[in-house]
Design a protein around this ligand. Structure first.
Ligand SMILES: C[S@@+](CC[C@H](N)C(=O)[O-])C[C@H]1O[C@@H](n2cnc3c(N)ncnc32)[C@H](O)[C@@H]1O
Length: 422
């Protein structure tokens, strides 16, 4: 057990990997590590290069036997390397969700996805801590992946995550994890060295401890395979100067970041990279859910302008009467539009609105005002209006004026039954 408390460990790891996300790794380092842990050159060339930073310790998608249409979850998805490889296998009908604690990692992964034209709900990246309840529906995932992440969780997080994996997997669903495990109980000078912790060594536990956690979560007959990768590759590549800034060189000042006793250590003496396989029993109960994300909006930026002005149905009706060409009305409801819509409004379902912001602006840039609504204009309407306002701010575009229809379609229908609510 390390001397640091859980919050400190989680925050230190988050800070360290956020720094890596901002700077990236030198391409030679990333490629050297990636190839040494099992990625082929072809695979690396098939995905955005900013998605691999030499942070993994295996290649879980190779052995995960992913099939078209499956739902995949990657725990600690980093720049998105394994999600992008998974997406190629599950095809357009499958859903791949990456979870990561670092805002900067999630941002990087989303940018990589955007460059490849991969968007939610097909490919999503969501910010969350694996030490908390995952924002994923129970019984919704065919395969859980994770690459060099579980060791970074404090002991309470390790206890928790296997129960969460079990919860989110469909009956018969599988897990394929690559992780660093220790060969024996780590001595205090390694366990308590934050540099070693952040480098995925200090928090490593032994095979029998890992197996007990899987077992108590409900997984039976898990399999552990030593990949026999040379862990010293990280040190060699770093020492060769091809790694400008890494997970190993960062951390909060108050932590004991480096111990002279671990500087020249042989990592292979203490730890090994393992692939771990298991399956949730097929007879486990639970209604299978086809949608992984509990809240679709988790896949998009959390911050959105909340200062978008409201407009009443009466005011909107007056605008539409006076100068209909100057106002565009946007209905962001999904399948709940049966009760009608405001005549002339354009339909952009909120679930995919953020994917199309630039195109949306291209279509409506010339309008004087753009008015958003949903059923009650308390959820999807303000969110989409806020995202559009954010887009205008971010690109220093002065207009159009963004407005939210107060009370949404329900109030419009009540107050203006005689005003074209068809
Ligand atoms: C060693 S990197 C591996 C990244 C990725 N799996 C890969 O192979 O490139 C560890 C990743 O796990 C994330 N991570 C660490 N602790 C986490 C936690 N408590 N919750 C969610 N993500 C976490 C980090 O932000 C980082 O992106």
């Amino acid at each position: 057990m390390t001397k640091y408390d859980d919050t400190f460990l989680i925050e230190s790891v988050k800070q360290a990997y956020s720094s890596v996300a901002k700077t990236g790794s030198a391409p030679e380092y990333a490629a050297e590590v990636a190839e040494s842990v099992g990625y082929t050159r072809d695979q690396l060339e098939s995905i955005p290069k900013e998605s691999h930073m030499g942070l993994g310790c295996g290649n879980p998608t190779v052995t995960a036997t992913l099939k078209p249409g499956e739902n995949v979850l990657d725990l600690g998805s980093g720049g998105g390397i394994d999600i992008f490889l998974a997406a190629l296998k599950i095809g357009a009908q499958g859903k791949a969700v990456g979870l990561d604690i670092s805002t900067d990692m999630v941002k990087r992964a989303r940018e990589n996805a955007r460059k490849r034209g991969l968007f939610p709900p097909h490919v999503s990246f969501v910010e969350c801590s694996l030490a908390d309840t995952l924002p994923i529906n129970s019984n919704s995932i065919d395969c859980v992946l994770s690459n060099c992440v579980i060791n970074l969780l404090p002991q309470s997080g390790k206890n928790h995550i296997f129960k969460e994996i079990y919860r989110v997997l469909k009956p018969g669903g599988r897990l394929v994890l690559d992780d660093i495990l220790s060969k024996e109980e780590l001595p205090a000078h390694i366990r308590d060295d934050m540099k070693q912790y952040i480098s995925c060594i200090g928090g490593a536990i032994q095979v029998h401890e890992y197996n007990e956690l899987l077992d108590s979560a409900g997984f039976k007959e898990s399999m552990f395979v030593d990949s026999e990768a040379d862990l010293n590759i990280y040190l060699m590549a770093a020492n060769a100067g091809s790694m400008p800034i890494t997970c190993c060189s960062l951390g909060p000042e108050k932590a004991q970041m480096s111990s002279s006793r671990t500087v020249d250590m042989d990592l292979n003496q203490w730890a090994a990279s393992y692939q771990i396989y298991s399956r949730k029993p097929n007879d486990s109960s639970g209604i299978v859910c086809s949608e992984p994300l509990e809240r679709w909006w988790d896949a998009f930026p959390v911050g959105w302008s909340t200062d978008v002005a409201p407009i009443s149905p009466t005011e909107l009706a007056a605008m539409l009467r006076n100068d209909p060409a100057d106002v565009s009305v946007i209905d962001v409801r999904g399948e709940d539009r049966d009760g009608g819509h405001i005549n002339g409004s354009f339909h952009f379902p909120a679930q995919t609105f953020h994917n199309q912001l630039a195109e949306f602006h291209g279509q409506f840039a010339a309008a004087g005002a753009v008015v958003f609504y949903c059923g009650g204009s308390v959820g999807r309407g303000p969110r989409c209006a806020g995202w559009y306002q954010d887009f205008l701010h971010a690109n220093a575009i002065p207009g159009p004026t963004v407005l939210i229809l107060n009370g949404g379609f329900r109030r419009w229908a009540e107050e203006s039954g005689d005003m074209d609510a068809t």
